[in-house]
Design a protein around this ligand. Structure first.
Ligand code: ATP
Ligand code: RIB
Length: 303
């Protein structure tokens, strides 16, 4: 049996409204729809992996509220090993306020709540989860020192580390150097590198010691960049209605494909397919496809 992927990260309850457009500052507009969906970049990536048929363990924190119990139950129902997701006393669960406009674009405000209480010592307690993992997947909705500790633990026992540096923030060099594959979107790439255009941003990060970059470019696809390579893998043509969690679908599917031994190029194509399906559906976790759906999509879209 394939070893599980370990996801260290956030769980949020997403409060999603749809509106014809995003309001201006100081403006009130009418929306057309409201719903709550399970989300959080960590949980979304874990669900993406589980639906694609690979075992996944998650380390994270929820609050001591009703959302917290619901988020853990949903994760468990998806088949995720939730043994290392705990309830933080006296804290609310993470939430995200999301506005999706008619053209499918989104803005998100995240209040981390219990996610901010995931500590390095929580990871030490879950050492056995690191030891049995095939690879570790990280994002930046958990405290930076916890993310760094996760990368260090994984590197110490020689497990590959994938970091999706979202939401964007300045990263310590030691973190960048302990990551095997960094998967930013274009905005995150520029912010992390401190550069204003893509080529110099890629050069900067590679010079700082990032081994492999996969830069997601929305409807354009993804660029694979390393010292010896620059390669665009184009996205699949679909009609996007809600791009929330496109990046999470991509990262989860990439982890699955790499665990199964696919080349980086093939893995990126598989991830493009999973992410393309996700943008045609509303919500974060509800939009994430199964293995059967991705296989069917690839059959229909690859010639
Ligand atoms: P989000 O924050 O909306 O979850 P992101 O900004 O992290 O996404 P993007 O670069 O927008 O990430 O998208 C990730 C991947 O999803 C892309 O590399 C691509 O494979 C797929 N994707 C996104 N938008 C589209 C689209 N309109 N059509 C097809 N594929 C898309
Ligand atoms: O990447 C999408 C996720 O970002 C949403 O589910 C929301 O919770 C925010 O964390």
């Amino acid at each position: 049996m394939t070893k599980p992927v370990l996801v260290v990260g956030s769980l949020n309850m997403d409060m999603v409204v749809r509106a014809p457009r995003h309001p201006q500052v100081g403006e009130t507009i009418f929306g057309t729809f409201f719903n709550t969906y399970p989300g959080g970049k960590g949980a979304n990536q874990a669900v993406a992996i589980a639906r694609l048929g690979v075992a996944v363990t998650m380390i994270g924190k929820v609050g001591s509220d009703a959302f917290g119990s619901e988020l853990v139950r949903i994760a468990s129902d998806e088949g995720i090993n939730t043994d290392w997701i705990s309830h933080e006393p006296n804290q609310t669960s993470g939430i995200a306020l999301i506005t999706v406009s008619e053209n499918g674009q989104n803005t998100i405000v995240v209040v981390p709540g219990a996610n901010a209480y995931l500590t390095a010592s929580d990871l030490d307690s879950a050492h056995s989860a690191f030891e049995e993992a095939a690879l570790v997947v990280l994002q930046l909705e958990s405290p930076l020192e916890t993310v760094l500790h996760a990368a260090e633990l994984a590197q110490r026992i020689k497990i590959p580390v994938l970091l999706n540096p979202a939401p964007a923030q300045t990263l310590p060099l030691e973190l960048l150097q302990q990551v095997d594959i960094l998967i930013p979107n274009q905005h995150e790439l520029l912010q992390i590198s401190g550069q204003s255009e893509m080529d110099s941003a890629i050069e900067t990060l590679l010079r700082l010691g990032v081994k492999q970059l996969l830069i997601t470019l929305g409807e354009e696809g993804v660029i694979l960049a390393s010292v010896n390579q620059r390669l665009l893998i184009p996205a699949f043509k679909v009609t996007a209605i809600d791009t929330v969690a496109a990046g999470d679908a991509f990262v989860g599917a990439l982890a699955v494909a790499l665990t199964r031994g696919l080349s980086l190029k093939k893995a990126a194509q598989f991830a493009n397919a999973a992410a393309a399906i996700s943008v045609t559906r509303p919500g974060a976790q509800p939009s994430l496809p199964t293995q059967i759906e991705v296989r069917k999509f690839l059959k229909e879209h690859l010639h």
